[in-house]
Write a protein that binds this ligand. Structure first.
Ligand code: 475
Length: 818
């Protein structure tokens, strides 16, 4: 979209009108005089001023959609990890300069107000952040769409370190007000749970089923506006909040039990109380299933009854919507839609199933067997008895199809059943999604291939047409234009500003990789960004780092398959070689190892790893003999906001998961786009990043997926690597000796080292040597700053493919219009 045609809020508004509206919000919105207004008052007033601009466009977008009734996409996700809204909305509306000038005149610092905002952390990690990038790109690509999710009262926990150990605190993100949301209690939806299913017959004698839930919850929609980048479209993100229903309260209250009535109210409102903090390994908790059904039931009803016109014939639903299921969390929508059509509208099974199979599509985000959601049938049957019946019937008809396709293949039938028998009878949600969905996609080429060949191979054989790939992407608005203003300005100066919505245009930077002056300016930007990052963690965490050292970053959830432990072994090995005299200090590249990672509160090994990283960091940072050459910086509570200052500052991006385990990764894309070089395994989207940026500008190491599988099959013995590689042994021994824990060899020190030496589930030891070698290649390349910068510029120039705008176009072509 170029600037002359793009409707831009800025052109309709002046500094004077903006100031007037801002002051009105201070006075009448906040109820204070400007000279008495707190920073938070001013932030809220500014947010509402910007919101008013957005609202005009939003209402226009809604009117257009009601008039045109174009096919839309509903992105259903239990998580939307949005990050701060104010700056993003200023950018999208092009109001940044007007707001700054207006506030300047009033003597108010815009940056300070932006920093007041508490980010809505309504997600765990990759999956939730992807959903946020996607709604941004859907709006920017001008796709009629709506996001559906949960308005958690508490998002992902705040992380603190106490003596190096993670402590979780509730994330009170709504504490200071929530100017971006618009609640609509009048559009509340009632959702049932529990109870029984009864048979009944209509006058014609036809048999029906009727679900009588024994308790209900009300879902109140909260709308958020999602602006496209300066294109006039503002889409909706609708998050549901649980309230007790009136009837529910009164029934118990009237029965005379006030305490029970209150307790019931609390129970209902608990549903949207808190985000489950497990990333990739969901716990089979009843409240989680309640959350899933709650938001999905609200969303389907909302779409069918409120978004569609009143007289709409649901047989034509597939012409109007695709419900894109972000992993299996919303898959209970499948039996819910069946129930709506059959029980509530009297449809025949076959008709309902035909429509259902056309409107859902499923995105899988994992390869870990423990991450594939299953719900025990006794739990599901207790909470959603009618849905369980429907799932059984779907499964019966599906297995009939399997028998027809593969007569006599009993084993296959058992493998493919939506109902698992072992260890307890459970519903396999990924299988249900695959059977019901029109399409199934993985999130990177390798991942989609492994889904077809391994995780879902029987299904791929039966329904080859369903399987496709859409490689993930990231929004260049937040992760470049907003977060890296200096690099953005340099790029715009070189190639114009079209790249913000057409990221492939970064290719035009390629020739500049050979331009010494451009490289100098690029380095200047990096160096500025490093200093900015250093300033932020000094203030935020009291961590001191040198702004000149290489920033080597590993930021992602703490998980064994991601192998933070391998990074740690590299650091310890360097340290061990320096202190033992094997490596002269003069040969050590000055580096800051930056970690950012939250561990699921119940994931003991992950928490031990955090404690160990902090212990190693404390020792290294305090060792004067290193003359400050190595630093470990582990700022607590890594989140979207911190990512926005870290990623632009990074020189080296660590993407070192065991091959075949990381579905895609999206941090890897953000780093490459911001000019960091990657040291990575042949895993997830790393594969595509390397293909695009070129082998010379990417440090590949370690076993690939087939090698991992072979080694697994032939029997992996980690101890042999410990025995045979003396540097590895020395590093592990150093940890085990208590060198980082004040001589303490117990607790987490021994459990981590023992588990690596004895089991090493993700083969960190097998990849250690290759990793250390790759790090030596990194250092050699870094020593030639001109060559390094050239590689960095080429990383930027060749990363345009990883825009989430491109992902959305792929979804349109392969799934939504298919
Ligand atoms: C992958 N989260 C990344 C990213 O596609 C990928 C699971 C269960 C409960 C709560 N959260 C989860 C995930 O599974 C997840 O975040 N997966 C990630 O999705 C986007 O880039 O490789 O690990």
């Amino acid at each position: 979209m170029n600037d002359t045609t793009a409707p831009s809020a800025a052109r309709e508004h002046t500094v004077e009108s903006f100031t007037r509206e801002f002051l009105r919000e201070v006075n009448f919105g906040q109820g204070v005089d400007l000279d008495r207004a707190s920073t938070n008052d001013k932030y809220l007033a500014l947010a509402r001023t910007v919101r008013a601009y957005l609202t005009t466009r939003w209402l226009e977008t809604l009117r257009t959609q009601r008039r045109e009734q174009k096919k839309a996409v509903a992105y259903m996700s239990a998580e939307f990890l949005l990050g701060r809204q104010l700056e993003n909305n200023l950018l999208a509306t092009d109001l940044g300069e007007i707001a700054r000038d207006s506030l300047d005149l009033l003597g108010i610092d815009l940056v300070e107000l932006c920093n007041t905002e508490i980010e809505p952390g309504l997600g765990n990690g990759g999956l939730g952040r992807l959903a946020a990038c996607f709604v941004d790109s859907l709006a920017t690509e001008n796709v009629p769409s709506i996001g559906y999710g949960i308005r958690y009262e508490y998002g992902i926990f705040r992380q603190r370190f106490e003596d190096g150990r993670q402590v979780e605190e509730p994330d009170e993100w709504l504490r200071l007000g929530s100017p971006w949301e618009m609640p609509h209690p009048e559009n509340a939806v009632k959702v049932g749970f529990g109870g029984r299913v009864e048979a009944w017959k209509d006058e014609s004698g036809r048999a029906h089923r009727r679900w009588s839930p024994d308790w209900h919850v009300t879902g109140v929609p909260y709308n958020y506006m999602v602006p496209g980048y300066r294109n006039g479209r503002v889409n909706t993100l609708r998050l549901w909040s649980a309230r007790a229903t009136q009837a529910f309260d009164l029934a118990i209250f009237n029965a005379g039990d006030y305490t029970d009535a209150v307790r019931a109210q609390t129970q209902a409102e608990n549903i949207s109380k808190v985000l489950y903090p497990e990333d990739s390994t969901p716990q089979g908790k009843e409240l989680r299933l309640q959350q899933q059904y709650f938001f999905v039931a609200c969303s389907l009803r909302d779409f069918v009854e409120k978004v569609l016109p009143e007289d709409f014939d649901l047989h034509r639903l597939p012409e109007r919507i695709t419900f894109q299921l972000n992993d299996t969390h919303p898959v209970i929508a499948v039996p819910e839609l069946m129930r709506l059509l059959i029980d509530e509208r009297g449809w025949e099974w076959a008709d309902a199933w035909a429509v259902t199979q056309k409107v859902f599509a499923y995105t899988c985000h994992t390869l870990l067997p423990e991450a594939l959601e299953v719900w025990p049938v006794d739990l599901l049957g207790r909470l959603l008895p009618r849905h369980l019946e429907i799932i059984y019937r779907i499964n019966e008809e599906f297995l009939e199809q399997v028998r027809e396709a593969f007569p006599g293949d009993m084993l296959r039938e058992r493998h493919m059943s939506i109902i698992a028998e072992e260890p307890v009878r459970s519903v396999r949600m990924a299988y249900l999604a695959t059977v019901a969905g029109a399409k199934v996609n993985g999130v990177a080429e390798l991942h989609s291939q492994l889904l077809r060949d391994k995780v879902l191979s029987d299904f791929a054989e039966m329904f080859p047409h369903k399987f496709t790939n859409v490689t993930n992407g990231v929004t260049p608005r937040r992760f470049m234009a907003l977060s890296n203003p200096r690099l953005s300005a340099l790029i715009t100066e070189a190639i114009g500003e079209g790249w913000v919505t057409d990221l492939e245009r970064l290719r035009e930077l390629e020739p500049l990789a050979d331009d010494a002056e451009f490289r100098r300016r690029f380095r200047e930007v990096k160096s500025h960004n490093r200093a900015r990052f250093a300033g932020v963690i000094a203030e935020r965490d009291g961590i001191e780092i040198s702004p000149d050292a290489m920033v080597d970053a590993m930021v992602k959830r703490l998980h064994e398959y991601k192998r933070q432990s391998l990074k740690l072994l590299h650091i310890v090995s360097l340290y061990e070689r320096i202190t033992s005299g094997a490596l002269p200090l003069a040969d050590v590249t000055p580096r800051t190892f930056v970690f950012g990672a939250k561990a699921a509160p119940g994931y003991v090994r992950a928490k031990e790893t955090i404690a160990l990283i902090n212990a190693v960091g404390r020792t290294i940072n305090a060792d004067a003999s290193l003359e400050g050459r190595l630093k470990v910086a582990f700022p607590a509570n890594y989140n979207v906001t911190l990512a926005e200052t870290l990623i632009p500052a990074a020189d080296l991006s660590e993407q070192i998961s065991q091959a075949g385990k990381e579905a895609s990764g999206t941090g890897n894309m953000k780093f490459a786009l911001n000019g960091a070089l990657t040291v990575g395994t042949d895993d997830g989207a790393n594969v595509e990043i390397r293909q695009l940026v070129g082998d010379d500008h990417f440090f590949l190491f370690g076993m690939d997926e087939p090698a991992v599988s072979d080694l697994q099959a032939s029997g992996y013995r980690s101890a042999s690597y410990y025995e045979q590689d003396k540097d590895l042994r020395a590093a592990l021994d150093m940890i085990a000796s208590g060198a980082f824990t004040g001589g303490d060899r117990g607790s987490f020190v021994s459990s981590i080292t023992a588990s690596l030496i004895e089991r090493d589930r993700f083969m960190a030891l097998a990849d250690f040597r290759a990793y250390v070698d790759a790090q030596e290649r990194v250092e050699a390349h870094w020593a030639d700053q001109e060559a390094w910068t050239r590689s960095a510029v080429l990383n930027v120039a060749r990363s345009g493919y990883f825009s989430s705008d491109r992902s959305i176009r792929d979804y349109l072509a392969r799934i939504w219009n298919a």
